[in-house]
Ligand binder design. Sequence first.
Ligand code: PHE
Ligand code: ZN
Length: 884
Amino acid sequence: MRTEQPKTIYLKDYKAPDYWIDETQLTFELFEDHALVHSRLALCLNTERHAETALPPLVLDGQQLELQKVVLDEQELVEGAYQVDSDSLTLQPSRAQFELALTTRIEPQNNTALEGLYKSGSMFCTQCEAEGFRKITYYLDRPDVMSRFTTTVIAERERYPVLLSNGNPIASGEHEGGRHWVSWEDPFPKPAYLFALVAGDLCLLQDSFTTMSGRTIDLRIYVEPENRTQCDHAMDSLKRSMRWDEEVYGREYDLDIFMIVAVNDFNMGAMENKGLNIFNSSCVLAHQDTATDMAFQRVEAVVAHEYFHNWSGNRVTCRDWFQLSLKEGFTVFRDSEFSADMNSRTVKRIEDVTFLRANQFAEDAGPMAHPVRPDSFIEISNFYTLTVYEKGAEVVRMLHTLLGEEGFRKGTDLYFERHDGQAVTCDDFIKALEDANGADFIQFKRWYSQAGTPRLNVRSEYDAASREYRLHFSQVCPPTPGQPEKQPQVIPVRMALLDRDGNEIPLQLEGKALGNEAVVSITEAEQTLVFENVPNCPLPSLLRGFSAPVKLSYPYSRDDRVFLAKHDPDGFNRWEAAQGLAVDVLQGLVEIHRAGRPLNLDQRLVEVMRSVIADAELDAAMVAEIIRLPSEAYLIELAEVADVDAIHYTREWLRRALAEALRDEMSARYQILAAAGSGAFSAKADAMAARSLKNSLLSYLMLTGEQQVVGWCVRQFVEATNMTDRQAALVALVNSPFEQQREAALAEFAERWAEYPLVMDQWFSIQAAASQPGALDRVRKLMEHPLFTMRNPNKVRALIGAFANQNLINFHALDGSGYAFLADRIIELDRSNPQIASRLVTPLSRWRKFEPKRQELMKTELARIMAQSPLSPDVYEVVSKSLA
Ligand code: PHE
Ligand code: ZN
């Protein structure tokens, strides 16, 4: 907690460490009321920075530790021979190579921040990224210090039969008094943030994988005994990830054993500790009875993500935390390509783009906007952001687009070969891609240094006489904090030109034939492309597959969008056209509503939806995506000043109007899908797609208010063979006016799933997100529920997070009650878990988007948080930047 003003750390101040740690030997003695950590470090001077004749002091990081013993080269140091303050231990070595042995005492059972060594339920576990290792023992806790670790864990055998750490088990034994020990050795040098330890009473799902060179890897998933039956999907996903990384990147797993442990209390999704990944149980457990299809896909993606880190993150790691996107952006790109290969590529892309535009674009436009490679921070935990992860992945995707599949692979091969075992920078990554391809990415690198979402405006001109078609591009990137002016970026635009039948016209650009589809790079602030031999005025299909994370605008009419939605040969852009039409319609309705005039339904949108609902050939998941209206969050992001009430009102109005206009088509398709899906459960892609469409139709149909539909919904709730269908029915009932059915379903659900925390998280969050009036009272009541606790991050996200992020109409209530409620929770949480508290500030930080009255109310709450003392650096950073 803060006593003085937190310090800002700058990338430009980076210096290599004064000392290296070659070997790290750790012994943990775990007890119920404390733990002792004995470390033995083999250190040596960084001779590139210092001469042996002028040894600098050794300054080790450490926080919230009780230092019990310091032994330098076998000599115990007396107090006064070293200095300790709230974040460090300083001592003066007398030789360039020396050994330091330390003992610290910590209290894992009281660690509510869930960083360092802590208890989740009855199990001990660790979370060290980014700077958690310093809460375990004094150390050079920075990613460029890589060391070989040997770890011994000692604990009571009865309570903690399973003792795990990184690498391979090398020895074990018994101690008197019912205690036992296991030693682990990790042969790969690693930074401390990849250290992990687990002790608990866990059961095991075991399998094996044969690598491309024929080695057999022992695969293990450890969970609490009651979850044993929910691990198959994670294990399957793991094996598919291992195979995919071999096939697509040529990367083979290195240790003989790979372990995943599921814990209930975890700040993030999961963590890629070497050989011992620790997961939020929500990202491991999946069974059709308890998990939705979305949860299945998340498990698959997160298992893959953490596994892929073994190369992109662990074998090659980050030099400093400013380079976080080096591992995260790249690894998100890798996991999204994996998911695309395992499922529908187009649908995966639509999901990712939808998420990016509603959330990362908002971050880029807000007070916390920062480049993919930030140049300063106060608290690094605040920079595990959508920009570093999702935009970072988009940047890697653009490199992939520019180099092509093969060129990109040559580049990553060189990157892994050149930097294996090193801690490197984003520049090193780019350099490897450049060197392997003879490419030049000097201008491209602005994507790493400039924050903000570029706007790309496009106009066109057709000259029938010369058969020339001109596209004029102009790009601007709005100012962001600390960056008033931006330079033009490299914007790869994948595109085609369509004739009146929707056929692609062969592209001829400045005398070069480019085929039917091309990627053109826009690099100037203003740039014109002249296409030749264009027989008729075409309609451009631009930014296919969202080939760059920009806001594209082209003056399409609604008729143009209808045409593209029906005829663009590119599936992604068909969706994009339908989505653009829906956005345009909604924005128009918001204006009409604000002017106090009656709303009217544009039949063109009805027709687009009608044609896809009736199209049995089209992938059902695509149909579901096309009929989904843009979210309130996205509409808010798009608005200059967002009118929350008008957006909510018109969007709901449009949903109902569509349901009424398409009632027959929707109910016919719903019934076909319901009948087809009533047999045995399948987790195959087409079965998931069918459920997704069926449930989206059900949610529309419920808006008609017809008794018959309520009957279908209740039946689906009762008879569902899986959680996807059951939950969708529950959501539809909870958001309906049918109070009796809604309350009955909620009660039944709670009774049936009370023993399943992850299922109950859904139950909390469905209610927190329901938009009827009185939501805040309901949330307050739910906080009193025996299964709710502010100590569990999943519960906080399910209830408080869902209310503030998904229930916009209630969160933004004009009496300020939603804002005050959230501020109270932030203040409360900051005392126990600053990382989670800090993440909850986001909705308040967006105050500039709203009208003056709401702005004032939101700022008042931010100021109230700011006035708290003590305040964690985490919350301090986000709140102070929000108010700046
Ligand atoms: N490195 C983890 C991942 O993205 C995320 C994480 C960060 C987890 C910090 C815990 C703490 O895979
Ligand atoms: Zn990651």
